[in-house]
Design a protein around this ligand. Structure first.
Ligand code: UDP
Length: 329
């Protein structure tokens, strides 16, 4: 299939582009490079440095590249910033996505794979999370993703759009050959910060909160390898043949891992101590978030290749060790 990967130069998008090629599909990347990195996309892959909300430009690309399906990864994803500058998040994550969808529907492209998030569940009462549990986001970031999920449901009914929305847990790790990986600016994620702290490239890691109602007092998260995420996006293609199909899947390993366990995994993998300090809780962090991914496993045959934190961190380490400044020269 010819697949337009919107945000294909970003962290998850660029890994998905590689997986698409490996699976025999033809990826085409659209990315405005606000957060994406040109070097994350191989030169052989057609690349368009455009905005996803530019309907004229996107329409031309859809026709020229004979696109069959669009994957959409391009979103702002800083939870704290979404609280202080929600307009930015509604414009990019909702309004621009609506432009993209209108353009697709106008061009007859009716298959869509959307990056959603476990942040749409808010602060759930029960764990692990199943797809049918109530969604009540506690920040504008999660709300914008839920707004798009709801728009997609209506578009499936009204216009025959077929879509899959994947609710990611904590995307982590890097390509197994260490050639591409995670590079955010600013970086706020635990694993890259812990690795950089171990390498002495950043100040000691702050452990946000040690008094949570969890076994070691730090937050539990479900870290899932970025290539495992990517493979689910491709495994769903066959399910989108029927017009009007709407699918939602959690993507996580189902294993809760604490902040201190991540630190230990980084120390074991790198053979370096992770300098860290114990700090107060970060606003808006729920104590525990982990997935029941049975639906993706049974319906898509999705099996993770990286089931444990150490194997995930090992791939991240290979990337950071060989690219201490990420994609920056
Ligand atoms: N975390 C931390 N120190 C940091 C960054 C993150 O203790 O410098 C914790 C954070 O509180 C959360 C977990 O690590 O419990 C994962 O955070 P991250 O930002 O990587 O992902 P999130 O779960 O917020 O999407």
């Amino acid at each position: 299939m010819n697949v337009l990967v919107v945000g294909g130069a970003g962290y998850i998008g660029s890994h998905c582009v590689r997986q698409l090629t490996a699976a025999g599909h033809q990826p085409v990347v659209l990315d405005n490079l606000v957060f994406g990195h040109r070097a994350a996309v191989d030169d052989e892959v057609p690349f368009y440095p455009a905005n996803l909300g530019n309907e004229k430009e996107v329409g031309k690309i859809l026709r020229k590249e004979k696109i069959d399906l669009v994957m959409h990864f391009a979103a702002y994803a800083y939870v704290g910033e979404s609280v202080t500058d929600p307009l930015k998040y509604y414009f990019n994550n909702v309004a621009s996505t609506l432009h993209l969808l209108r353009c697709m529907l106008g061009s007859g492209v009716k298959k869509f794979v959307f990056s959603s998030t476990c942040a749409t569940y808010g602060e759930p009462e029960k764990m692990p999370l199943v797809e049918t549990m109530p969604q009540a986001p506690i920040n504008p970031y999660g709300q914008t993703k839920l707004d798009v999920e709801n728009a997609l449901k209506a578009f499936a009914r009204a216009y025959g759009l077929s879509f899959a929305a994947f609710r990611y847990f904590n995307a982590a790790g890097a390509a197994e050959d260490g050639s591409i990986g995670e590079h955010h600016d600013p970086e706020t994620h635990l694993i890259p910060l812990a690795i950089d702290a171990a390498q002495g490239l950043r100040p000691p890691l702050q452990v946000f909160g040690t008094d949570y109602p969890t076994p070691d007092g730090t937050c539990l998260r479900d870290y899932v390898h970025v290539d495992d995420l990517s493979r689910a996006h491709i495994a769903v293609f066959d399910k989108l043949a029927e017009p009007g199909t709407g699918l939602f899947y959690n993507l996580g390993t189902g294993t809760p891992t604490s902040v201190l366990e991540v630190i230990r995994a980084v120390e074991e993998v790198t053979s370096k101590p992770v300098p860290h300090t114990l700090a107060p809780r970060r606003a808006g962090d729920p104590p525990a978030l982990y997935a029941d991914a049975t639906k993706a496993q049974t319906e898509l045959g999705w099996q993770v290749k990286f089931p444990d934190i150490k194997s995930i961190v090992a791939t991240a380490w290979e990337w950071h060790r060989t690219h201490p400044t990420g994609f920056a020269k």
